[in-house]
Design a protein around this ligand. Sequence first.
Ligand code: NAP
Length: 338
Amino acid sequence: MDTISVGILGATAYTGLELARILTRHAGVAISFVSSRSYAGQTLSAVFPELSGLCDQTLLSLDEAGKRDVDCLFSCLPHAVSAQYCTPFLKKGTRVIDLSADFRVKDPAVYKKWYEVDVCDLDALRRAAFGLPERYRDQIRTAPLTANPGCYPTSIMLPLVPLLQKHTLSMIIADSKSGVSGAGRALKLSSHFVEANENVTAYSIGHTHRHVSEIEQELSAAAGKPTTITFSPHLIPMSRGILSTIYFQAPLSAADCTAIVSDAYAEEPFARVRPTGVLPRISDVRGTNFCDIGFTGGESGQPLIAVSVIDNLLKGASGQAVQNMNIMFGFDERAGLC
Ligand SMILES: NC(=O)c1ccc[n+]([C@@H]2O[C@H](COP(=O)([O-])OP(=O)(O)OC[C@H]3O[C@@H](n4cnc5c(N)ncnc54)[C@H](OP(=O)(O)O)[C@@H]3O)[C@@H](O)[C@H]2O)c1
């Protein structure tokens, strides 16, 4: 396939930096433009000096970016902002990969309940593929728009979906820990060094975090019936990485879970399953697009336990976005990512 042109909205995001890093070494891609709200007129490498000599393009304003034509657009803008900038590109026929939550939740009423805004573009929402390649590769291949999943949801869906497709799981509880980059680059008190360092903070626990909406949507779709989750995220003093410990009841052993999920992901380039009882660590996947999964527990009526790890900025965001681009444009799925 020939080289494709791509644009990045919100290139000054942490996810934008990761995209630029990956795409500058992707042989099939030329970055046509990068854009920013606050840094328009500066070069991307002035904002992120590590990109010097790799991506020295001048950041366009979002309005200027909207006048450009590219084969593929990535949006790293926040939810409720992203969709309004993606829609004009979709109307021009550009294929779009949105890293925000704006096109992930299929039911507009559910999106409104959790995000407290209306869906901006119902037509685009209907045509969007949910960008979890291990589940929706065929839809992603031809979709005009791919809604890249959230980081916590990716870490929870990948171990559970193959199990739910075959068995009933109940009492699902996910306890997740995320590094501080999960909150983005914008200044906020909870991300300050003194607040986050040598500290662990539970937030939006139980059934209150917005990611519950897409997690329950996808677990229910896999199970073929409504499936709920208790989801408790925690902020930990690391720059990047997510570890999810997921408890559930099922008529299975940990070895059964290992066998089912290993079988489901036997051909997957970025999902790896450990032997039963061997649990992955964040350091095993940091800087990679892998999701590593291990199962344990289940003896004497105790819950089964899955542990999964991802790099939130890669398999949880920009790595998965490039994996989706590779699928959409017929590249080797590993291109730029290995
Ligand atoms: N961080 C993660 O681990 C992660 C994982 C999965 C998905 N996501 C999603 O990916 C997207 C980017 O996340 P991030 O953490 O990389 O974000 P971030 O570091 O906070 O950056 C956000 C970007 O959006 C721009 N922006 C913010 N508010 C804007 C507004 N009102 N109008 C126009 N532009 C605006 C910023 O522009 P300027 O800097 O130029 O002002 C910046 O480029 C979000 O939707 C997020 O939910 C993030």
